[in-house]
Ligand binder design. Structure first.
Ligand SMILES: Nc1ncnc2c1ncn2[C@@H]1O[C@H](COP(=O)(O)OP(=O)(O)O)[C@@H](O)[C@H]1O
Ligand SMILES: [Mg+2]
Length: 247
């Protein structure tokens, strides 16, 4: 038997949504009895139109909001019942990365990394991480307020890499990136996958989804209406499928 396959099959999911449901106080059902899981070395892309429930799903993993029913687990730990322990196992990159505008890239990376409890990185380590995400030396000491959206995004992912958590959540990471920055970003995600990270991405960008996903989940009005693996999608027209599920 193929050993690699065996290992993947036996691996425990690092991210899990179990019967996950969120009804907001105003009665809107944003997430409706959703199940999915992401194994180490997998990228799960949540695809859906605005309002489909993607951000709500991510916010539930981060325990920013409480589930109405069901739960999320990170590395087997309930986000809701043990939020601190669960969140130690996940890094998060939001759509609009909130960093200190008056700090440089290096200062932001150092500040947030220490805040996360990691105080052993050297200046050289930080430089290597910034280079890895595609920021060059000349930008290390520039203030974030002088960065483009794409550069801020890179700084956000540098912070996520420094946290070195087994799972990574990204909410609309490629929205607003130009095609070159978007492509670089995809390459970076692929390298994180090869390190064994479990990655959950929300997007409405069907082309990026097809490029990077090991599993695509389509969300509509809070429901996960489709889940297919990369091999299943390869032989189908994802655009057509997506439109069909949107109807
Ligand atoms: N804090 C909130 N209170 C009430 N309704 C919300 C709140 N946040 C989101 N919603 C609603 O929940 C649904 C899902 O929103 P969201 O998770 O932001 O979707 P997406 O990220 O896919 O665009 C939408 O109908 C949205 O209007
Ligand atoms: Mg959203």
């Amino acid at each position: 038997m193929d050993n690699n396959k065996k290992n993947v099959q036996e691996a425990e999911p690092l991210l899990e949504a179990i019967n996950l449901t969120k009804i907001y106080d105003d009665g809107v059902t944003a997430v409706d009895h959703v199940f999915f899981s992401v194994l180490p070395g997998q990228i799960f892309v949540m695809l859906g139109a605005n309002g489909a429930g993607k951000t709500t799903t991510i916010n539930l993993f981060l325990n920013f909001i409480e589930p109405t029913e069901g739960e999320t687990k990170i590395a087997g730990i309930s986000s809701h019942r043990e939020p601190l322990r669960a969140k130690q196992n996940v890094a998060f990159v939001s759509e609009n990365v909130m960093l200190y505008p008056n700090f440089t890239a290096l200062q932001n990376l150092d500040f947030f990394t220490r805040l996360g409890g990691k105080d052993f990185y050297t200046r050289k380590n930080y430089g290597d991480i910034l280079l890895r995400v595609g920021l060059d030396e000349t930008s290390f000491n520039k203030k974030l307020k002088d960065f483009s959206k794409g550069m801020r995004q890179k700084c956000g992912i540098a912070i996520a890499i420094a946290k070195d958590a087994p799972a990574i959540l990204l909410d609309e990471p490629t929205s607003g990136l130009d095609p070159k920055a978007g492509h670089e970003f995809i390459t970076l995600l692929a390298s994180l996958r090869s390190e064994g990270k479990a990655i959950l991405i929300s997007t409405h960008d069907i082309f990026r989804a097809k490029e990077i996903a090991d599993i695509v989940g389509i969300m509509r009005s809070g429901e996960m209406v489709m889940q297919k693996s990369k091999t299943e999608i390869e032989h189908e027209n994802l655009e057509k499928l997506y439109l069909e599920y949107m109807m």
